[in-house]
Write a protein that binds this ligand. Structure first.
Ligand code: PLP
Length: 352
């Protein structure tokens, strides 16, 4: 394969340290040494997302969707009701999870930058994606948190494509359940999903969960001694520890500022091209763009990959022909972004 540079919203470019750890022999993990790894990962993760004291994290060997599903089914059942902010394919996924498990839900369907039409009456829980990665739109988590507190609702937030690039704080945003995964802002390999549970969520976990693998109880119990009930993604946890230590040492704000600068660099650089932001407010994590020259977004994505080895992401579904996405997550670099800008300008000078 010719050299490529990823601007995809997961996987994202990984650091040299991460690639070294992931390339090493996997150690045996039922050991006191590995327990220390898991315990430190949990301690650092809970601190970095601003979780209130007494919060816990569980580590699932799965992609992020499993953490979304686990969060929902450990807190909600067929006698509860959920309110789902559905502004794209990840919001739709929360609806599909509720439907699959027979959880009554009301959907707040919106497109692009529509304001969220929070209803006057609440539900048991609000489910939303802090950044709806299919449209590149961010929701105001202070607003959703305040709404949940006002109505006595659980606030379940999928922050998979928000963490480390954008402001996130479980305590100040009144988040009870936070869903994360390894291969977006955390810039690791896919395969590790995480759920952080505030004491307000731990206190109301369902006794019976309609899944063996995703039931939080054994994860929480075994996690006390730094273990998981089933084989964990050992290598990714080792890489996570290195990454969390680094983020902790530098400060999350350094990573947020870096992503913000990359996003600003990119958005300034496309001025004058027949492109516009698809939705707003846009996160630092990613820029989703629409072609305004009538051309097909998929042609552009194919051309940049073939001509320059630069990998952008087309959209799926109804937006496939119109929208494409450029991620600013992970070990993204200004020189690569500059190369992308040159390539985009060249493309629009000569689209064929
Ligand atoms: C990537 C992503 C997920 C998880 O998708 P997987 O394919 O299961 O990794 C969930 N929510 C959001 C907002 C995402 O960007």
């Amino acid at each position: 394969m010719r050299p490529q540079w990823l601007f995809t919203p997961g996987p994202v470019p990984m650091s040299e340290d991460t690639r070294q750890i992931l390339g090493a022999q996997t150690p045996y993990f039922r050991t006191p040494e590995f327990s220390q790894v898991v315990l430190e990962c949990e301690r650092l993760l809970v601190a970095l997302v601003g979780a209130p004291s007494g919060s816990r994290a569980v580590f699932l060997t799965a992609s992020g969707t499993a953490a979304m599903e686990a969060g929902v089914i450990n807190l909600l059942g067929s006698t509860d009701s959920a309110l789902v902010v559905n502004g794209g394919s990840f919001g739709q996924r929360f609806c599909d999870i509720c439907r699959c498990h027979g959880i009554p839900h009301r959907e707040l369907r919106l497109s692009g930058s529509d304001p969220v039409p929070y209803p006057g009456t609440g539900a048991r829980a609000l489910l939303l994606n802090g950044h709806e990665t299919s449209t590149g739109r961010c929701y105001d988590l202070d607003e959703s948190g305040a709404y949940c507190r006002r109505h006595g609702m659980l606030h379940l937030v999928d922050a998979i494509s928000l963490f480390v690039t954008d402001e996130l704080n479980m305590a100040s945003q009144a988040i009870d359940v936070l869903v994360l995964s390894s291969h977006k802002g955390l810039a690791l390999a896919p395969g590790l999903a995480m759920v952080v549970l505030a004491p307000t969520a731990l206190a109301v976990l369902k006794e019976r969960v309609p899944s063996f693998y995703l039931d939080f109880h054994p994860y929480l119990n075994d996690g006390i001694r730094g273990q998981t009930p089933f084989t964990p993604a050992v290598g990714i946890l080792l890489a996570l520890l290195q990454r969390l230590r680094q983020i902790h040492a530098e400060g999350v704000s350094v990573h947020i500022d870096k992503a913000r600068a990359l996003a600003a660099h990119f958005r300034a650089g496309i001025r004058g091209l027949p492109l516009r932001l698809h939705a707003s407010p846009a996160p630092n994590a990613m820029t989703a763009l629409e072609r305004t020259d009538g051309g097909d977004a998929r042609d552009l994505v194919v051309a940049l990959k073939q001509r320059h080895g630069l990998v952008l992401t087309p959209n799926g579904g109804a937006l496939a022909a119109r929208v494409f996405r450029v991620s600013h997550m992970g070990e993204q670099r200004h020189d690569r972004l500059a190369a992308l800008l040159v390539a985009l300008h060249a493309y629009f000078n000569n689209p064929r």
